[in-house]
Design a protein around this ligand. Sequence first.
Ligand SMILES: [Fe+2]
Length: 205
Amino acid sequence: MLEDHGAVLSELFAHPFTFSLLGAVLAHDYETHRHLLNVGILCARVARTAGHSREESVLLGQAGLFHDIGKLHIRCSLLNALHALSEAEWRIMRAHAVRGEQMLAANGATGLAAIVRGHHERLDGSGYPDGLRGWAIPWETRLLSVVDAYDAMRSGRPYAAAVTHDEALERLVASDHLFDPDAVAVLVTTLGVKFSQREALAPIS
Ligand SMILES: [Fe+2]
């Protein structure tokens, strides 16, 4: 299994397109670059664990690597802002999903573009940009959302401290109104680390 995941990852990083886009992100914002690498690698592995073909797993890995590419259009001071964001600033931040879709579509990557557009959609319809509900959100996007949320929680954000592996998984499990439980289960299997649920689960805020 490990060898198989290695082959998918080799292919994932074999595209010159990957390096040019990630290079641009690194020059813009280190934290976004780190997050994209984590999510890309984990997405490819999760997809393979879920039974996707190598080709599909590479596509999902690319979706992870590029899901926040639209943040190239957001100034660093806003990306790393320590203050509570104003409504106008949130609007700019939320626009990254559609900007990312547009950037990828402009490069001919239409399959990727569609997955990336929805990575902040949530099962209960509270997400953006389209407020999609339930299975109207494609499986690939639901998978990406789970991996994205896991890495965001593990790494911390300017407005929220990092949490442990157990805590991150507990929150994902508790948030089945937001995240597909099947996608969460595949993430748990992929990480191969058991976790013990406590009685009081804290949903993601
Ligand atoms: Fe995002």
